[in-house]
Ligand binder design. Sequence first.
Ligand code: BGC
Ligand code: MN
Length: 393
Amino acid sequence: MKRCIKSEYNIGIINLQVNNGAMSLLSPRLLKVLLLLVLAFIILQYSYTTIFEARRIDPLFIVNSSLLARNQFFFMKNRSNYAINKNSVSWTSDGAQMTNALLVDATASQNLASQQTYSSNELCPLIPPNLLGPIKPEKDAPATLEELEHELEAIGALPPSDGQWRPSYCKARDRVAIIIPYRDRAHHLNIFLKNIHPFLQRQQIDYGIFVIEQAGYGMFNRAMLMNVGFVEALKFREFDCFIFHDVDLLPEDDRNLYTCPDQPRHMSVAVDSMKYRLPYSDLFGGVSAMTKSQFELVNGFSNMYWGWGGEDDDMAARLKSVGLHISRYPNNIARYTMLSHRKEKANPKRFEILYSGRKRIKEDGLNSLQYRRLSLIRNRSLTWVLVELAVPS
Ligand code: BGC
Ligand code: MN
């Protein structure tokens, strides 16, 4: 007589009891296959959310989509040479494939459309009507600034002077200084400018681009350059919002509005080189936005971070210490492409400086900033400030 052997399998919370008749069916091999299937399912689901999250339709899209449709109609009727092919502006499915030609048309048409719709002393609409949603950044640009400015001019996106532009057909809601700490990245800068001008103009922002270059070959001090940018930009005019921007980051979605909300905003939430994931919740590097008063409240950035890393974490701690908190757009909107470059050598002292950072807020920052302006170049696509930073003794 066959003995009936009962076997138990413990798989997590599932407890299987089978007799030896079913043993052959639930052999260890079969269990392995089952586990592999579950694993494959989890991986599939994960890739689905990462790949398709960016394409999700959100309310802003729907609002914009109807506004854009209206403008497209306007153009097809009035300026056939500027007409946008409605089918190619399919945000949810083809957004990321948007071509440059389309961007050019859209920029030109936006200027025309908006002139017809608003009067110059009326506030621009809360949601800019000509946004494209997801866009594919251009990763190529001419080698010289002169050529680049020709290109921008050809698409009607070259500012009249100093890298400063504002919509002429409505009153912009924000006056934004874009501050770019810089050294030795000429090609990246041209690519950045090529992308950012049409982008900000579609957002109907009153803005200025300030490139702050550190002279010499000493250790780079990103934070100090941003402090300099803040001071120098305010010599031009009363900006109320400051966006500190790495030159190698290109926004992938123009719903990521370059404005300053009530709380400081970390803009570069999802960067391709970081697999579109935020590495930690206090990250404030890459691209970040603060109002003039928020920046002054924390005495700007610390001037003590020479070499890569830490200065943004220090700012995050400063913001926290005055009761502000970091806000963010969702990561299907706040997406960026990073241009490739050599990895910088991290400052080994950054944790130490960071640790004692809080104690220094009042005396280390805007009020202790020392630099010498070596030159000021005012081009149509940017204002360029070359500075020598004072190294503490
Ligand atoms: C550095 C930050 C940097 C972050 C992400 C941190 O270790 O301190 O400055 O932004 O890594 O790369
Ligand atoms: Mn980088």
